[in-house]
Design a protein around this ligand. Sequence first.
Ligand SMILES: C[S@@+](CC[C@H](N)C(=O)[O-])C[C@H]1O[C@@H](n2cnc3c(N)ncnc32)[C@H](O)[C@@H]1O
Length: 318
Amino acid sequence: MDGRAGRGPAMGGVLDRIHHADCAGFMRDRLPDDSIDLSFWSPPYFVGKSYEKCLDFAGWQDLIRRVVAEHARVLKPGCFMTVNIGDILCFPDPEMPRIQADCSGSKRAAVTRSDALRARRENPGATRRELAKILGCSEQTVQRRLEHNNVRGGKYSVGTRVMPTGWMVAGWAEEAGLHLYDKRIWHKDPAWMSSRWHSLSYRAVDEHEHVLVFWKPGITRHDRDRLSPSEWSEWGSRGVWEIPSVRRNRRHEAEFPEELARRVIRLLSPEKAVVLDPFVGTGTTSCVARREGRRWIGIDSDAGCVEIARERTGACGP
Ligand SMILES: C[S@@+](CC[C@H](N)C(=O)[O-])C[C@H]1O[C@@H](n2cnc3c(N)ncnc32)[C@H](O)[C@@H]1O
């Protein structure tokens, strides 16, 4: 982490600015090799936010893979790429067998799916009406039990699975030569809507995200004085970070809290380090980097975000 930049374009006009661009192209064209001390970013998560609408899943994967690959080039050896990402808890997948919820709480008839299946096995060729008579229930109940009408998410909707996107990023990083060195859990607060929790589900609500720290091989300077003793014991050495999410969010659908960026920046970079956020959104990382005495580079493809981030970085800090 010694402040030198290697081959590639010079850094002139790049530092301490918010750039309106596609980040993969910008990094390729404008950032020299070995020029970045720390990057901290939260990409689109592919969970239906408005700024993700232009991407399908393959396009999303391709974008993140390219951005990770550029990091392997632009990071200084011994430095870190830090990614905040949440798993997709309800990823629609037509191949996913649908959960068949035997919802005893709301059932009027006591007949279960196993009862109906047994009756059909023991009476091969029986009609639905005959099965209903045998079981002592309505035909509709027989149909519901046999045809899986009580299916989680509705009869006609596609099944959903958990998609552990953080591990996908880890795979692309490894491919590019960056190694998963550390991880923290950001424990925020229950996000009821994004978990799509409802009464037929045993699924957990969405209340944490990952902070994954990838290392580019090289000499890393460990500086114990970077944090105060209380910072080390309260969060520097802790695996779970309790930080409320940004709730009243008129600026952006997915802004992360300044405290998250502050911890990552203070923990993983020295003063005057160059901190990159290729998906800078409203400028949180850059704003905090500036306040913490670091140099900064922010990139976003959305003109509205760029405007907010420019205003925010200009207005904050010393
Ligand atoms: C999860 S948000 C980041 C929010 C940010 N951390 C904050 O605190 O405001 C992801 C951002 O990535 C931006 N984005 C999506 N695709 C991009 C691309 N190809 N290049 C640059 N930015 C992109 C979106 O416009 C969005 O602002």
